[in-house]
Design a protein around this ligand. Sequence first.
Ligand SMILES: Nc1ncnc2c1ncn2[C@@H]1O[C@H](COP(=O)(O)OP(=O)(O)OP(=O)(O)O)[C@@H](O)[C@H]1O
Ligand SMILES: [Mg+2]
Length: 445
Amino acid sequence: MRDKTEPTLESMAAAAGAAAEDHVWLDVIHKMDEVYNDLLKYEVALEEKNAALEDSQQFISSVLTSMSDVLIVCSRAGIIETVNQSLLTLIGKTAEELVGTSVFDLFADEASRRQAQHHFAGHPGEMLHDCDTRFKGTAEPVLVSLNCTPRVSAVGKLLGMVVTGRPIGELQRAYQALRRTHEELKHTQQQLLHSEKMASLGRLVAGVAHELNNPISFVLGNTLALKKYARRIGEYLDALHAGMPQDECERLKKALRIDSILADLPSLVDGTVEGAERTRDIVDGLKRFSAMDRDVRERFDLVPVIERAVHWVEKAAPERFRVTLRLTAPMEVLGSPGQMQQVVMNLVQNAVDATAGLPAAELGVSGQIESGEAVVAFRDNGPGIAPENLGRIFDPFFTTKPVGKGTGLGLAISYGIVERHGGELSVANHAEGGALFTLRVPLAT
Ligand SMILES: Nc1ncnc2c1ncn2[C@@H]1O[C@H](COP(=O)(O)OP(=O)(O)OP(=O)(O)O)[C@@H](O)[C@H]1O
Ligand SMILES: [Mg+2]
């Protein structure tokens, strides 16, 4: 019998087999450890990547949400893949409702839809810039300025389109408000102009009343005197015709002061005529002021008109008044040659008056064409215009001339005429002395 504890061959072999198995197990455990460690490492890396991904997703989503412009990402066929909050707010839909539907369904009208379809179908790879389209809004269509940009893969393959749009309704509303304000401003300006016109009309009427008052009152005074004289002359003639004796006639003649009446008569009549003439002149001036022939509109050369006007005034002016003309012919303008002549005559006459006290009075008239305008300068060597009068010189009845010498209508009339010719009459004092009037009239085209 063998002892039970004594190792046999079989038990030895079995022990050896068990040892080998342990070794394998150890190996396996070791490997598992390694794999587990790797897994842990991968998990950490994955978590880190995941966190970074989440960050960037958050970033993109916050950017998309904060964008005031609408954004739509869609496939080549126009199927919506992503939209931003602005679009959802604008059209009052959810992302779930939109994703997977056609971008063309967003448009409010057929024209906008066709325009987008044409772009997608015809030129999918090209950009579309600031194209005005209408989107279906929550209540009514909204105007959106659209931009389309192709979206391509890393290898340059066209994946779809990125559509961005700016709602321009606000802009349009602001523009309309601006236009309304502008209209109101224009209206106010017109009203101002109108009241300015009324004020100047008021001044005109007051001036006319003032101007007419003087001659009319002395015509009236003279007429009353004439009436009185007529009664006395009548009484004297009646006595003569009744055969009154000579000496009584003489007495009556003295008593009625017939001689002084006869001596006074011519000056009375002259005064009356003068008053009537003055009244006529004022009315004439007013007629000029309202420019009866304002409708005359013909093409004419300004140069001979100026020459003629200068010639006529010069003829009536004193010898010592000299005019130097420097005009580059021709200056074709459109309007009334008669009225233009009146303007020039007024200017030349004013120069004659302003230089009245000078031993060598001079007026330089020079004209040339400047950027489509006939520009004529009238410069005299008179005293010029007092600075405080520069702003009133074109006012009707503004005159510094003594009563009976000027009506103050010349420049006012001239100003109106030049304005009706589309031009401008301006005044300044020349740097080297004397008044400088500048006449600008647009050339006939
Ligand atoms: N060349 C000038 N130099 C200095 N002052 C001038 C000149 N031209 C005009 N003025 C001033 O302007 C005023 C107005 O001129 P305007 O031609 O309108 O009227 P007027 O000459 O006084 O009268 P009217 O021309 O009606 O007979 C003149 O009274 C004068 O004071
Ligand atoms: Mg004058």
